[in-house]
Design a protein around this ligand. Structure first.
Ligand SMILES: [Zn+2]
Length: 385
C-alpha cells in the first residue's frame, strides 16, 4: 500500500481538530490491545494523569513525546493514527515490535492542552525547563529519558502559520531539525544520523507536498529537551507540524506527520553508518517568518494629512470557548523592511482607502473589521460579498 492509502485506511476517526485533551485520548488509550502497555507516569500541576504507551520489544529504543506545548496537537493525532495502524495491521505491527521498543508520551502537558496554551498551567514553557525541571511535567519527560536510555528521540510539535519555506511563497507544512548538541553546532555521529533520517523523510514528503518542507533554526538551546537529549547522545529529531493551505484544523498536516513517522521507522532500523549523508538535509530550505493568515496589499491610508500606500495583515488568535477553538482575527501592521511577505489569503485592494470604527489607520491588536473604499466591507478579516 502507498502511504496515503495507509493513512486513509487507518485514520482514527474519533480524534480530530485542534483541541486535543486527555479526555480526547483516554477512550482510545483504554481500548488499546495487550500489545500496548499503557501507564500513568505521574500527574500534571492540576493532577491530570500523564500517560505513556510502550510498544514492541526490538533492540532499537525510541522515545517519542507530543504536546509538551499544550496547544500543539497535530502530532498527537498522528501518533493515535499510528496506534490504529499497528493495532490492525498484523504484518506491520510485527515489523515494528520486532525492530523497536517504543516509549511514547502522547500528551505531555494536559493542563495546557485543556486551556489551549503553549505553557503549562504555571505559565512555564516546559521546553525551557529541562535543566532545572521545576515542573512535574518536565520531571516526567526527563525521568523517562533517564530510565529508558533511548537511542532515538522524536520531539513532536506544531509551528505557527507564520512560517514559510525559504524565500518561496510556500508555507512550511512540516519542518524538521536535527538539534545541535553544543553551542558550536558541531555534527557528530548521532546528529549526522538524525540529519540522514530527516533527509530521507523529506525525499518522500517532496512527492506529496513539493516545496513545503522547511528546516528549523539550529541555534543551541541548553534548556530545551531536544538539544539536551542530543547532548546525551540520543539521535534526536524535531518534528514541527505546520500550516497546509486552508487546513486550520491540521487534519491534512496530520497525514504528512503520519507518513513521516512511517518513513522514519523504515529508515531507522537500517542503522546506516553515516559518512556523507548530510547533504540531503542541508538541501532543505530554512524556515522563514514570511506568512500572515490574511494579507491586505496596496491599501491607501491618510496619516498626518499625507496619503500612503501600505500592506497590512490579520493574524488569528486561538481561544477556547465551550471546549471549541475559535480563530479570532486581529490586525497586524507590517514594517516596510524590504522582505516579501505572503498571506494564506491575500487581497489586492488597488489603492482604495482604509477606514474603521476602531482606528483611522491599521494598528496592532484591533479587531479585523474595517471598510476599504466605499463598499468593500471586511468582517472578521474576510471580504463580505
Ligand atoms: Zn512546540
Amino acid at each position: 500500500m502507498q502511504h496515503e492509502e495507509i493513512f486513509s485506511t487507518y485514520t482514527n476517526k474519533e480524534i480530530k481538530g485542534r483541541h486535543i485533551t486527555n479526555e480526547s485520548i483516554e477512550p482510545i488509550l483504554n481500548k488499546l490491545n495487550d500489545d500496548f502497555k499503557v501507564k500513568i507516569e505521574g500527574k500534571s500541576v492540576l493532577e491530570k494523569p500523564i500517560y505513556s504507551v510502550q510498544f514492541g520489544h526490538g533492540k532499537t529504543k525510541i522515545y517519542m513525546w507530543s504536546q509538551m506545548h499544550g496547544d500543539e496537537a497535530t502530532c498527537t493525532k498522528a501518533i493515535i493514527d499510528f496506534f490504529e495502524l499497528v493495532s490492525n495491521h498484523k504484518e506491520y505491527s510485527n515489523f515494528i515490535q520486532s525492530k523497536y521498543t517504543l516509549y511514547i508520551v502522547p500528551l505531555a502537558n494536559p493542563d495546557g492542552a485543556e486551556v489551549h496554551t503553549r505553557e503549562n498551567i504555571n505559565k512555564v514553557d516546559l521546553n525551557r525547563d529541562v535543566q532545572e525541571s521545576t515542573q512535574p511535567e518536565s520531571k516526567i519527560l526527563k525521568q523517562i529519558f533517564e530510565n529508558f536510555q533511548p537511542h532515538y528521540c522524536l520531539n513532536m510539535h506544531d509551528q505557527r502559520t507564520i512560517y514559510g519555506v525559504g524565500d518561496t511563497d510556500k508555507s512550511a507544512i512540516i519542518s524538521f531539525l536535527a538539534p545541535a548538541y553544543n553551542v558550536e553546532r558541531d555534527i557528530n555521529e548521532y546528529r549526522s544520523k538524525a540529519m540522514y533520517i530527516i533527509g530521507k523523510i523529506n525525499n518522500v514528503l517532496q512527492t506529496y507536498i513539493p516545496g513545503h518542507v522547511g528546516r528549523y533554526n539550529d541555534a543551541y538551546c541548553d534548556n530545551c529537551f531536544g538539544d539536551y537529549f542530543a547532548s546525551k547522545n540520543a539521535v534526536t529529531i524535531l518534528f514541527e507540524a505546520g500550516h497546509h493551505p486552508n487546513d486550520y484544523m491540521r487534519d491534512i498536516t496530520r497525514k504528512y506527520i503520519f507518513i513521516s513517522l512511517l518513513v522514519a521507522f523504515d529508515k531507522i532500523h537500517e542503522n546506516v553508518l553515516v559518512d556523507d549523508n548530510n547533504s540531503e538535509y542541508f538541501k532543505i530550505p530554512d524556515n522563514k517568518v514570511s506568512f500572515f493568515d490574511i494579507l491586505y496589499k496596496n491599501v491607501k491610508i491618510i496619516e498626518n494629512g499625507n496619503e500612503k500606500i501600505i500592506n497590512f495583515a490579520s493574524q488569528y488568535k486561538e481561544v477556547v470557548k465551550d471546549g471549541k477553538i475559535l480563530f479570532e482575527p486581529y490586525l497586524v501592521t507590517i514594517e516596510n523592511d524590504g522582505q516579501k511577505y505572503f498571506g494564506h489569503i491575500e487581497y489586492d485592494l488597488k489603492e482604495e482607502l482604509f477606514s474603521s470604527n476602531y482606528c483611522s489607520v491599521p494598528v496592532n491588536d484591533v479587531k479585523s473589521d474595517f471598510l476599504i473604499g466605499k463598499n468593500k466591507e471586511f468582517i472578521d478579516g474576510i471580504l463580505k460579498q
